[in-house]
Design a protein around this ligand. Sequence first.
Ligand code: FAD
Length: 328
Amino acid sequence: MNQKQVAIVGCGVSGLSCGIKFLEAGFQVKIVARDLPPNTTSNAAAAIWYPYKAYPEAKVLQWGRIALEEYDRLTSILESGVTNVTLIELFKDVACDPWWKDAVPNFRYALKAEIPPGYRSGYAILVPAIDTQIYMNYLLERFKLLGGAIESRTISSFFQLESESNLIINCAGLGAKEIASDSDLYPIRGQIIQVRGKNLNRSFIDQTSASVPTYIVPRTHDCILGGTAEDNNWSLTVNEDTANSILNRCQKLEPKLKDIEIVDRIVGLRPGRKEVRLELEPISANLMVIHNYGHGGAGFTLAWGCAEEVLQIALDRTSADKFSAKKL
Ligand SMILES: Cc1cc2nc3c(=O)[nH]c(=O)nc-3n(C[C@H](O)[C@H](O)[C@H](O)COP(=O)(O)OP(=O)(O)OC[C@H]3O[C@@H](n4cnc5c(N)ncnc54)[C@H](O)[C@@H]3O)c2cc1C
């Protein structure tokens, strides 16, 4: 079997980012996925660069920094749907330095004039806002143009892919709960509202209430209002009361959101885990799996950094295999 052949399970932001990295490094890549964009959790994301509900902190910092650099390059590609926006995180009390401060090059405390009534302080960072409805298609097209193959198929065991590749990258998101038998994975339900764009030039986040974060993410053609973060809630049904609460909370934060046109109401399940699982697991003499899942509310924030590390593990493995083949 070709040493530089890889099968990726999953076609969300993690699977596609890995797919692109591997193709660019000269691998043959096939993605096998139950759902393709626009039907993945990734398509339901807001998505702004922010290390939300993803761990461990040291790795998140490292992956997040790499991703920031990559998104910075993508802001110059119009069809990527990535733009820079000022994100202001708000506090009812005195803000102190966040643990991820060193990952962003432009961290500063918010000016008084930037803080809406009802808040005491905040900080402001310039971060990429990723219009997932555009960006997921951009990734898909880039993957195909580089020669990547895609198969729509559900798998229940990695051994079902053994005849196609002896290296599998597991980017199944919440689906890894079954295929990797991982009881540590759980859904963090997020409900959002997509509204017609209002030419807003700033994004807000207030997470003083952990299960009902409020956020506004202006994207290229629309604006996302959020949200919720409900651990272990598997429901994909829109809750009307929640939708009304999101609208009220966001309108209080940003007066320009009065009289907005609602385009859609969306629910997605973030793949929550105590730590992102990114590691190599030999599951038989002939089959290696590199797991890359459990990114919580930060799949976009970490995608490029994680993809780079997954590729490095694969390259190290490939050269180790060549070395032992030579010795034989
Ligand atoms: C409301 C909301 C807002 C969010 N906002 C942000 C944000 O602002 N910033 C940010 O960084 N992140 C955000 N996130 C989090 C982000 O969406 C996730 O972390 C990210 O989508 C995870 O991507 P993934 O590719 O790992 O998984 P997914 O997108 O879930 O993709 C998993 C893939 O695996 C496939 N799969 C699963 N099981 C199988 C199987 N058995 N066989 C074959 N294929 C399988 C699926 O079909 C799919 O293709 C948000 C999420 C939500 C819900």
